[in-house]
Design a protein around this ligand. Sequence first.
Ligand code: SAM
Length: 352
Amino acid sequence: MAVDEEKMMEFLGRVIGDAGAAVAGLCTSLGDRLGIYAAMAEGGPMTAARLAERTGLQERYLREWLAAQVAGEYVTYDPRTDSYLLPEEHAAVLADPSVPTYAAGFFTMLQAMYGTEDVLMDAFRTGQGVGWEEHSEALFAGTAKFFRPGYAGALVPEWIPAMNGTERKLTAGAEVADVGCGYGWSTMLMARAYPASHFTGFDFHQPSIDRARELAAEQGLSERVGFEVAGAQDFPGDRYDLITFFDCLHDMGDPGGALHHAEQALAPDGACMIVEPNASADVRENANPVGRVVVSASVALCLPAALAQHGPQAMGNHAGEEAMRRLADDAGLHHWKLAAESPVNRVYAAAR
Ligand SMILES: C[S@@+](CC[C@H](N)C(=O)[O-])C[C@H]1O[C@@H](n2cnc3c(N)ncnc32)[C@H](O)[C@@H]1O
């Protein structure tokens, strides 16, 4: 079969574009972590020298970084004034962690993902897992940073109200477990919104729990939020009105066992909220920007993390709604509904 030259060149162009995005991701992470985007967002058009003054960073490095930002069309350049501008619309995505559109946090995770390439090569050969705890802190911090804005924008205003009767219970005073809570932003968002309720975040990763406790203290929430080291299959408590799993069930080696334990730990009319990535079990349906991010992260993080737990399942993060629904049903959670959806997440409600 003759190669279609035009198609080949078009694909080569795409791959070069991806190479640019892959390298530029490091610059995005630097811009986020060094506060360069934040300084630009507040300051209007500015020269590299002015940006150096505002950030306390070296002008020569900033000039290079700004050139890369202009090449990626994140920043505009005005040659008349030798000044650079981060447009407001871009600032909403890169500079302000408090808005739901902030996405720069993802790039902190890249250091951890790229850093495990050699370990993953071995894993591909042996079939062994790579545990969540084997990664660098950049993964835990980046995960928290990436998911927090989406939770802040939707968890309290949309997702909880979409779970039948749950908002009423949380307002009146309920007991809540947030399983696989990581740094606990989801737990703290709920605690802030429902002061009559009590919340405990559980995670088997001690450093994440330590950080969650620090953050809760900084937020003045330690009274109503506890964070404990515990696995999804043995966390304590037996009368929870709500048990949540934010982007973690698929990372477990025994997600069915975790749901079975949750079913045992629920109050008679309690419910589980299961938040999973918005990706499809049909691999063809993930050929879109979000699908590509999600499924690629599954290769680097989710599947290896689940395999490292040596359980009966290692689902990957795109097993889809039907697989999750079956696990819940087998665990005794027979009532299932898709409660809410965002471009990044699907939110399921499961109850007896
Ligand atoms: C992708 S992170 C999500 C963290 C947090 N829920 C969020 O949405 O930002 C997955 C989390 O699940 C935790 N985890 C994975 N398997 C677990 C298990 N079997 N028991 C408890 N926690 C687990 C990991 O330690 C990690 O913090």
